[in-house]
Design a protein around this ligand. Sequence first.
Ligand code: AMP
Length: 395
Amino acid sequence: MKTLKDFNFENKKAIIRVDFNVPLNGKLEVTDATRIQAAKSTIIDILEQGGSCVLMSHLGRPKGFQEEFSLRHIVKSVVDVIGCNVKFVEDCIGNKVEEAVANLEAGEILLLENLRFYEEEKKGDVAFAEKLSKFGDIYVNDAFGTAHRAHASTTIIAQFFEENKCFGNLLAREIESIDKVLNNSERPVLAILGGAKVSSKITVIENILDKVDHLIIGGGMSFTFVKALGGKIGNSICEDDKMELALAILKQAKQKGVEIHIPVDVIAADDFSNDANTKILDINEIPDGWEGVDAGPKSREIFDTVANQCKTILWNGPLGVFEMESFAGGTIALGHSIDKATRNGAFSLVGGGDSVAAVKQFGFAEKVSYVSTGGGAMLEMLEGKTLPGIDAILK
Ligand code: AMP
């Protein structure tokens, strides 16, 4: 796996695919610079070696040129985070860019305009990728969030750099972290899958059954399993058409020696709202008019015990409707359990959409071993897929 360490960037121009797809408010100001922060180490390493950085990214889903999606709006944030001047060019291909790249000196940063102003980017157009490739001596991919897309700047471009291509520090760390969980893990290994639906996680479950010793199935998806096993789930969310599959998964787990842990009790609510009436119920005995919205106290205790028996922990998906304060307790308790396990030497990886939002919201981001930056990309890696953006560097 080639990384920055395999190159000397002195007097070289690095063309770096970063993920600066950051949220902006109504005044077009960056409201969360985490993704810019995540690219900092790669940029600094290259600058310190005497190289220069040409940064390319997408922002949002523009249809052709749309001013509100211009990367111009994020320049100030990039300057604040990286701590040095950033030049901006209002296109990502063409004469203006060629000129700006030619004038770029060692130690300087140039940010190109939003790649997705050209539909060729998402189409993975080879000619467009070749034009981008002219702006650097070495191609660095540091955008994990788009590594599962075979777009021009994330994948296709790599073919124009035979040997001169590598992973940036962020992408390398993402790959290493997932590898540490799936392939080079210290056992016992625990995966916690929560969230709303079984259907969105089936391929993940099937792939990780070969890799883990314990699997906690929590959140909304647990009710499909409970109902399939004959429990009464009241109005809890359930995918009836996935019940057979749920039973098949349980059978497979048994054959593979994986211990499955489903909540035994729940916080049930009489309405899907933060100020609903609630009570603690056995997960198999939820009456009509009530729905399970969070893991109950006994379940939290069981999950705590399991987490603290394990040396490797993967967490994807909340244990309840954590967006509502009244139903966030199970997810917070799990965060504390993983924090404790991590302090006792376990390796813990949190990734995939909502669980990342949850760990950040509840202050666990610094307490787990690694928080992944890519939602869809992370899920595809957990499904056992080879991501095109990663493959293109390895080839
Ligand atoms: P996912 O994107 O599949 O990880 O699902 C995350 C969503 O699952 C969050 O928005 C949670 O509110 C939701 N969720 C978790 N537990 C439940 C539950 N018991 N009932 C309904 N939704 C839930």
